[in-house]
Design a protein around this ligand. Structure first.
Ligand SMILES: Nc1ncnc2c1ncn2[C@@H]1O[C@H](COP(=O)(O)OP(=O)(O)OP(=O)(O)O)[C@@H](O)[C@H]1O
Ligand SMILES: [Mg+2]
Length: 269
């Protein structure tokens, strides 16, 4: 995709094999800044494996990962983060011994730790103030300022999801990979969550790549959607096109006759 691949994350013909299993089979996608790109598909389709290849947690068998025009396929996870790639995890990983504000600040501290040369300790005080400021902004953006002093263990799932999002936002990544960030949220929480994601794109010009099982959220907020099934790309297009795709319907029907994803697609159609 020459010409368009400079401003975001490009996955080019990615293959990831685990022994005899091809978990990701020639997947290409583009997640530019200023857009929410959806990555969906039934359980085991290869979505998280694709994310892990992007962030450096697994090694692609073949293919390329390109971030803002630079090939990062062989870069360390740290180097990818420094170039502007952030993520959240499918299973939440918050520290219950820290406050919400401290958990959120970790997002930026982790990014800075890699950049800080040895011997620059004199800059630490200004850095701490900056970290607090960025964490405050991220909490405000995610609507959790009032929770700053609480411990994650005392919060609802919906609130914990927002803390996790705020931590990723504080990391200051221009492209964010979100792995099922709304899982466990009720309907109204999911709607509010979607509005926050749209705000990150609209107001800050970030790019989001969203793995999500909640198809009503995908249909509402994604600008463009890719669908995987058994590791293979089976569809790409807008939410409106997704809603009427027989291929996507068949993939979800094959996975479960009562699939909530299929029901949401049908409502959107
Ligand atoms: N480290 C691993 N070793 C071996 N097989 C793996 C490994 N990680 C994932 N797999 C397999 O690769 C396939 C894709 O898994 P992946 O977790 O990427 O799916 P997913 O689309 O994220 O599914 P879900 O919607 O359930 O989260 C599955 O068959 C899974 O069992
Ligand atoms: Mg997954």
């Amino acid at each position: 995709m020459p010409g368009v691949s400079e401003d975001g994350l490009l996955i080019d013909n990615l293959v990831v094999r685990f022994g005899g299993l091809t978990a990701v089979d020639r997947v290409s996608l583009y997640a530019p800044v200023g857009r929410i790109t959806g990555l969906v598909g039934p359980n085991g389709a290869g979505k998280t494996t694709t994310f892990n290849a992007c962030t450096g947690l697994n090694r692609p068998t073949s293919g390329r990962i390109v971030l803002f025009g630079t090939d990062i396929t062989r870069c360390s996870a740290q180097a990818r983060a420094q170039r502007g790639l952030g993520r959240t995890f499918q299973r939440m990983e918050l520290y219950d011994s820290l406050s919400v504000a401290e958990n959120v600040a970790l997002g930026l501290e982790a990014a800075l730790a890699g950049r800080r040369p040895w011997g620059m300790l004199g800059g630490r005080r200004g850095e701490q103030a900056r970290i607090r400021e960025v964490a405050d902004e991220a909490m405000a953006r995610c609507g959790i300022t009032a929770l700053a002093r609480r411990r994650p263990a005392d919060l609802s799932t919906g609130q914990r999801r927002l803390v996790e999002l705020a931590r990723a936002v504080a990391g200051d990544s221009r492209v964010l990979l979100l792995d099922e960030p709304s899982s466990g949220l009720d309907r109204s929480e999911t709607v509010a969550f979607g509005d926050i994601l749209r705000g990150l794109v609209r107001d800050e010009g970030r790019g989001l790549l969203l793995v999500e099982h909640d198809m009503s959220l995908v249909m509402r907020i994604c600008d463009y959607v890719y669908v995987l099934d058994f590791g293979r790309p089976i569809f790409e297009g807008t939410a409106a096109e997704l809603a009427v795709s027989p291929v996507v319907r068949a993939a979800y029907l094959g996975s479960d006759d009562n699939s909530p994803e299929l029901a949401a697609i049908e409502v959107g159609a």
